[in-house]
Structure formats: C-alpha cells, structure tokens
Design a protein around this ligand. Structure first.
Ligand code: PMV
Length: 354
C-alpha cells in the first residue's frame, strides 16, 4: 500500500437569517417553501474548522466532531459525499509525488475532523457552518470546478441553512422552482465590506442542545400550522424584496423592523405548530422587551434582534457606539452567572466596552 496522506483545512463562519427559512417542500433534497436572507458572521467568532484528508491506507470514511467520532451513515452526509465524489477531478501534488485520477475518488476513503468554536446544536446554526465547511474543504481536496453558488446547492443537501455560509456578507437562498433542486442555491447580495458599521452581538442565553431539531420542527409546522402557508406565500415574498432594498441602501430602520418582525413571526408559527414548539425562553422574551423599549424611546430602531431555533439572542447594532451601549445594558440587566465568563455569555467584539 502507498503511504501518503493529502489534506486540506478550511474555516467557515456561521450565518444568521434575518428573513427565516422554515419549512421544506422536499425533505430529501432539502428544498424550502420560501426564500431566505442571512448575514454571514465574522469568522473570528462563530466558525467551524474542518480538515479533510485522503490516503490509500484509510479503509472507510470516518468523521470526528469536536474530537468525538460520529457516524457518517446519515442520508445528508451521504448525499453531500456522493455529490462531491461525482464531480471530483484529477489531483496532482508534484512535491509529494501524488497523482489521483478522478475515478480513484470512488475507491479512496476520507477522514474528516471538524471543530466548532461555539456550542453545537444550541440554535446557533452550528450545522450551517459545519456542512458548508465540509462541502467546501472536500471540494478543494477533490479539485472541483464548481463555483460557490453551485457548491451551495450541495451544502444545502447537508443542512438547508448551510448553503448560505458559502458566501460572506449578505446572502439570499433562492428557493428555486425546479423539482430536482438545481436552482435552489445561494447568491451573494452584498459582500462583507458593504455595510461594515453593523455590529453583531450574540447573547448565549443557554448553551444546552435544543429539544426540537429544526428538521422535526419544520415537518410538524408544515403539517399542522394554519399560519405557515400564509407566511410562505403572502408575507415572506414581500419581505424578501424589502430586505434586499434595505440592504442595498443600508437603511437600518427598515432592516431592523423587517428582521425582528420576521423572527417574531417565525416563533409565532412555531407556537401555532401542534404540539407547540417553544424555542425562546423567559430570558429571550425579556431581551426582546428591553430592545423594543429602547428602540421606541429612540423613535427609530437602534438594534435589531433575531432568534433561531433556540433561546439565544442575536442582536445587530447599527454602529459601534450603539453596540457599546447595548453591551452595557445587557450586562446590567442580564449579568452573566458566576460560573460563566463574559466570553461564553456574549459573543462579539468586547473591545467596544473599553
Ligand atoms: O438548516 P436548518 O435545518 O438548521 O434550519 C435552520 C432554520 C433557522 O435557523 C431557524 C432559520 C434559518 O433560515 O436559518
């Protein structure tokens, strides 16, 4: 047996939806019932780092998440691996004297090691960063010719929201029209420099794993909620147009109003699901009240908030000065418990407190 190893390491940030994806029209291909828009975070805070390696000495595909081996047997991992292997190209590393022909990728096995620098499965979109990073690093290892938008359609099959993490800045996931999902992919609306005054602060209300996974939650919502169809057909399409416009114009009041009203409607749809799903808790509700009061007192919104499938608050401040005030208010009203330090309680740029 030859004894070489070839590896690639990639780092991918997570993304937070400001117009939410909730509900699938095809569960296997992961095709959504509405478009969504997200902002990709700065890679220094919430990200996944993945190293993928290939060697003739590996006898089966294996994966480790945060140092613990996990099964790759799930349909979603298998879809991503199959789609990537089908597009693999010849690879040559002259220095190491390695030559892999594209057909060899079907026989060669992979080792994948992935680390999240933030709580996994706590409603902080860990699967978005994870699957995007997996697809991107494998695409580099196997020398795929596809661009990021085409790769996003593969990442989508691992976890829907993952398709939006293939780009930085503001990203739209176009739900697409085709039954085979070929046009259900991510497009970049604006890059990370477009609106760099915004500061994102995440208050980790609970790092516990969520009780209802987004997969089973969405399934129950689509089957039982009377509101979801109205949301997907009547509300979201209008908000998508308005949100794209607010982003292009850097219109913070419109951006904030759309983001928090969409988050609130997503949680209303969860409550309308039977049995009801509660992702937010009392602390989440208190944070909403606090931000709402502040925005009302200022007449125009200073801070947007949004919550995914968990109780943790994602807040977007209009600039650094507002972000510093927001941090002070959060620390005053919601002091971190003695056993959690500031770093795990508030994720973001704490230097603005100085
Ligand atoms: O991609 P999933 O299955 O992790 O679902 C993500 C759903 C939300 O985070 C609640 C909304 C979104 O658009 O990211």
């Amino acid at each position: 047996l030859e004894k070489w190893v070839l590896m690639v390491t990639a780092r991918t940030p997570t993304n937070i939806a400001v117009i939410k994806y909730w509900g699938k029209r095809d569960e296997t291909l992961i095709l959504p019932i509405n478009d969504s828009i997200s902002v990709t975070l700065d890679p220094s805070h919430l990200c996944t780092t993945t190293t993928v390696s290939v060697s003739p000495t590996f006898d089966h595909d294996r994966m480790w998440l945060n140092g613990k081996e996990i099964s790759l047997q799930g349909g979603r991992f298998q879809s991503c691996l199959r789609e990537i292997r089908a597009r693999a190209q010849d690879v040559e590393d002259k220095k190491k004297g390695i030559k892999i022909k594209k057909e060899d990728w079907q026989k060669l096995h992979l080792h994948i090691a992935s680390y999240n620098n933030f709580p996994t499965a706590a409603g902080l979109a860990s699967s978005a960063a994870g699957l995007a990073c997996l697809v991107f690093s494998l695409a580099k290892l196997m020398n795929l010719k596809e661009d990021n938008s085409q790769l996003s359609a593969i990442a989508r099959q691992g976890s829907g929201s993952a398709c939006r993490s293939l780009y930085g800045g503001f990203v739209k996931w176009d739900m697409g029209k085709e039954d085979n999902g070929s046009d259900s992919l991510a497009v970049q609306l604006a890059d990370e420099k477009h609106w760099d005054e915004l500061v994102i602060i995440i208050a980790v209300v609970s790092a516990r794993q969520k009780e209802t996974s987004s997969t089973s939650g969405m399934r129950d919502t689509v089957v039982t909620s009377a509101l979801i169809e109205h949301r997907a057909k009547e509300v979201v399409p209008k908000r998508i147009v308005q949100m794209e416009d607010a982003i292009q114009k850097r219109d913070f009041p419109s951006f904030a109003r759309l983001a928090y009203r969409d988050s609130n409607q997503f949680h209303a749809v969860c409550l309308d699901t039977y049995p009801p799903i509660f992702y937010m808790n009392d602390t989440s509700h208190r944070i909403i009240s606090c931000v709402e009061k502040w925005n009302r007192a200022e007449e125009t919104p200073q801070v947007a908030y949004t919550f995914d499938a968990g109780p943790n608050a994602v807040m977007i401040a209009r600039d650094r000065k507002t972000a510093a005030l927001l941090l002070q208010r959060l620390l005053y009203n919601f002091p971190p418990q003695s056993d959690t330090d500031l770093d795990s309680y508030i994720i973001g740029d704490k230097s603005i407190l100085q």
